[in-house]
Each structure stands twice: as structure tokens, then as C-alpha cells.
Design a protein around this ligand. Structure first.
Ligand code: AMP
Ligand code: GLY
Length: 423
């Protein structure tokens, strides 16, 4: 069969690598893809938001299944466009992708269905938000309602910061219309865990747990980024936590979406915080995480195409999802200066060192070809990923492998997986 993957990051590279393992797949296309994805897929220069061109391409090439990696096209209704053309596609429809597309929607859903999450208020005007913040308990969290590249969350320690935050989100509109509505949320403390699940509308299957590192610098300092590294599994995701989440979070979310007439088929990414009062939902994403996907998929045993199809056909109850009994760590190699200003177009050397090395992977997040050479093309450039018998071994392997590649402004965190030592 022929598969089309939509996206261009490390997540899509990991998906393409996993799809390429399937004996059922003869040909993979990726739109727009990157220089790493090109090893497994024919990359076509169509942007992820060009729905008409994507649909026309899928029809012309008689694509059997399209997999959408990114949030923007999902929230924008790319799945609806494919379905309207009679094409098979993996991902939530627009009315379900709102689970990620609007934080006010997801908070209201959790409240209505009793799913544990932080206490919150929703505001549509800066005046009412500021009035509320005069007396709200500190610290307090402000969130832009809409998509903001993972950067629309402000943790405010003082009232002044909170007022500045409202001004930035709602008046200066630093994230455009995404901040016209904001959620103001109670500050929680605890360990964070990412849990990716396949969902077919009725049934869910959990992929391995993972943990991301969102801040740019060691010790969780600096600005928020898309994610600087991950490990899987999370040692804090115990069988007790798992049992609680299955009963009070995962199935209730799937059922709530169906009850609302927003049947969810695709991946729900549960961003959880393990608080003293038990696990609570920090956020939902309507897609695979990046770079969580890299550490999760390298451990997955199933043919991923079978699982994608089971979600589309609502037969996920027949899938026994299995993971290897090992661990994986991904260290992101970024361009120095990310997430602010950085240089692109710098040659990347040493990629060949990963060829034929079992258990070591280099997933490209931002790369392209230039005069026959692979060069940097983004803030996050590569996700060096390694497996090991346990988390410590996987971390040692991943950091050793970061030395195999080089580019002029290579930057990484040196404490990915530090929490492993505290487990
Ligand atoms: P989100 O995009 O909603 O996951 O938020 C980004 C990050 O902000 C999370 O990974 C947390 O580290 C932090 N965060 C979000 N909401 C809260 C909260 N209510 N309390 C404490 N930290 C939070
Ligand atoms: N790594 C966090 C995300 O994909 O949103």
C-alpha cells in the first residue's frame, strides 16, 4: 500500500521510520518532509496547510492511507477535507481536534465530565481577567486559548507579571487570535508525564509513557521550547498511576468526546501532572508529541499501519499494543539561540555514523538538502535517540551518540533524563 505522511519534523521522521518497517507498505510520500525523512519517503513540496493540493496529490497517487502529524492542519480540518474526497486518513476531524485547539473547550469538557484538572476561569476580555487577577492566589498560570507553538503558557509569580501577561496575550496579541480568550488556571506542582494513546472513538490503547524537557537550558531554566529531549518510560508512571488514569482520565475523555458528538479518532496525548492529590490533566494534544514520539515509537513492537487502520475502522479493541521491555532517550540537537534567533543553512557532518547501528537513531527535526549536502533548517535540528536495557543505559548511549554528529552552532541540554536519578 501507499502511505502519505503530512509534516516535516522529528515526529514525522519517527513516524516515517516506523511506517517503513511495515511489510504492507510499498511506497511512502511525505509532504513536505525533510532531508532525514527522504531516506524512507519521497518528499513532495506541498505545505501542511495546503489542503486542496494535499487532497489532489493523494487522489492522483492513489494513496491508501494519509497520516497527519501536526496540530495546525488537524485543528484546521485537514481530516475533513480528505474524508470529503473519499480518502482514508488517520487523525481527528476538526470538531474533535478542538480538544487541543481550544483550551477553554478542553477545560470545560473536563469540568463537565469530572475529569481531574486544575481549577480555572475563562476570560474573553482583558478587563475582567485583570480584575480577577487582583485577588487570585499566586503563583497563577495564564494560557492562550488557541494554538501558540507550545509557547502560550505563562507562569506568573507576581501580580505584576500576571497583569503584563494579560496585556501581552489579550491586548498586544502576541499569539494573534489564539489569545483573544484566555484560561487562568491554578498553579500545580508535581512530576510531569506525557502519555500518548491511540483512540478509535470508543477504545484507547496506551503507548509507553514519556517525559519531555520543555525549557531551553539545563536545570529547567530559560525559555519554553517545543521540547529539548525526552525519555521513555517514565519511572514515575507507576501501575497505581496507570490504573487511576485509565479509570478517571483516559476512558472518561474518550467517552466525553463521543457524548458531545465529537468522536475522536487519532492520537490523544495526555499531558499529566502527578500532584499530591493524584494525577491531573495539564493539557490535551490531538496528535503525537514531539519529541515524545521518537522515544515511544522506537520501543513499539506492532506494525503501526495496523494500528492506524484500526483507529480509522474503529477496531482498536482487536489490537494488542506491545512495547519492548527497555528504555529510550532522545537528546535534541538545536541551533544555538533557539527558541529566539539562530542561524540556518549550516552543514551537518557525521550523519553516516548512525547507519547500521542497532538501537541508535538520528531523527531530523529541521534539515534540508543544499548542493548535495544536508544542512540545518530550523531551531530544533536533530533528535539523537538511543535505546538501552534501562533508562540510565539509554541515556549514556544517547549522549555518546550526540558526539557522532556536528554542525557549527550545535546546542543541547546536558541534563536530559536527570529525573531518572531521582526515581
Ligand atoms: P501546556 O502547554 O498546557 O502543557 O503548558 C506548558 C507547560 O507549562 C507544562 O508542561 C507545565 O510545565 C506548565 N504548566 C501548565 N499548566 C500548569 C499549571 N496549571 N500548573 C503548573 N504548571 C503548569
Ligand atoms: N513535546 C510536547 C508537544 O509535542 O507538545
Amino acid at each position: 500500500m501507499k502511505v502519505l505522511i503530512v509534516g516535516s519534523g522529528g515526529r514525522e521522521h519517527a513516524i516515517a521510520w516506523k511506517v517503513a518497517q511495515s511489510e504492507r507498505v510499498d511506497k511512502i510520500y511525505c509532504a513536505p518532509g525533510n532531508a532525514g525523512i527522504a531516506e524512507y519517503a519521497e518528499c513532495v513540496p506541498i505545505g501542511a496547510m495546503e489542503f486542496d493540493r494535499l487532497v489532489a496529490f493523494a487522489k492522483e497517487k492513489e494513496i491508501d492511507l494519509t497520516v497527519i502529524g501536526m496540530d495546525d492542519p488537524l485543528v484546521g480540518g485537514v481530516v475533513d477535507a480528505f474524508e470529503a474526497a473519499g480518502l482514508r486518513v488517520f487523525g481527528p476531524r476538526k470538531n474533535a481536534a478542538i480538544l487541543e485547539g481550544s483550551k477553554a473547550f478542553s477545560k470545560d469538557l473536563m469540568k463537565k465530565y469530572g475529569i481531574p484538572t486544575a481549577a480555572y476561569e475563562v476570560f474573553h476580555s482583558p478587563e475582567t481577567a485583570m480584575e480577577y487577577l487582583q485577588t487570585a492566589k499566586l503563583p497563577i498560570v495564564l494560557k492562550a486559548d488557541g494554538l501558540a507553538l507550545g509557547k502560550g503558557v505563562l507562569i506568573c509569580q507576581t501580580r505584576e507579571e500576571a497583569m503584563d501577561g494579560v496585556k501581552s496575550l489579550m491586548m498586544d496579541r502576541s499569539f494573534g487570535s489564539a489569545g483573544d480568550t484566555i484560561v487562568v488556571e491554578e498553579f500545580m506542582t508535581g512530576r510531569e508525564v506525557s502519555v500518548l494513546t491511540f483512540v478509535d472513538g470508543n477504545t484507547y490503547r496506551i503507548m509507553a509513557s514519556a517525559q519531555d524537557h520543555k525549557r531551553a537550558q539545563d536545570g529547567d531554566q530559560g525559555l519554553n521550547t517545543g521540547g529539548m529531549g525526552t525519555f521513555s518510560p517514565s519511572p514515575f508512571y507507576t501501575p497505581e498511576v496507570d490504573a487511576f488514569c485509565r479509570q478517571y482520565i483516559y476512558q472518561p475523555t474518550v467517552d466525553a468526546m463521543r457524548a458531545e458528538g465529537r468522536t475522536f479518532q487519532g492520537v490523544i496525548f495526555f499531558g499529566l501532572m502527578l500532584t499530591e492529590d493524584g494525577p491531573k490533566v495539564l493539557e490535551y494534544n490531538a496528535r503525537f508529541g514531539d519529541p515524545e514520539t521518537q522515544v515511544v515509537l522506537v520501543r513499539m513492537k506492532n506494525d503501526i499501519v495496523d494500528v492506524f487502520e484500526a483507529c480509522v475502522d474503529q477496531t482498536l479493541d482487536q489490537i494488542d499494543l506491545q512495547f519492548e521491555e527497555n528504555a529510550a532517550v532522545c537528546v535534541v540537537l538545536a541551533s544555538d539561540g533557539y527558541p529566539l534567533k539562530y542561524e540556518k543553512g549550516l552543514p551537518i557532518n557525521g550523519l553516516e555514523n548512525f547507519a547500521d547501528r542497532d538501537g541508535y537513531y538520528v531523527f531530523h527535526a529541521g534539515s534540508r538538502f543544499s548542493d548535495g549536502q544536508i544542512v540545518t533548517n530550523g531551531g530544533r535540528v536533530l533528535g539523537v535517540t538511543a535505546k538501552g536495557a534501562d533508562l540510565k543505559q539509554a541515556r549514556a548511549n544517547a549522549y555518546a551518540a550526540t558526539e557522532w554528529v556536528s554542525f557549527a552552532n550545535k546546542y543541547m541540554r546536558h541534563d536530559i533524563g536527570k529525573a531518572i536519578d531521582e526515581a
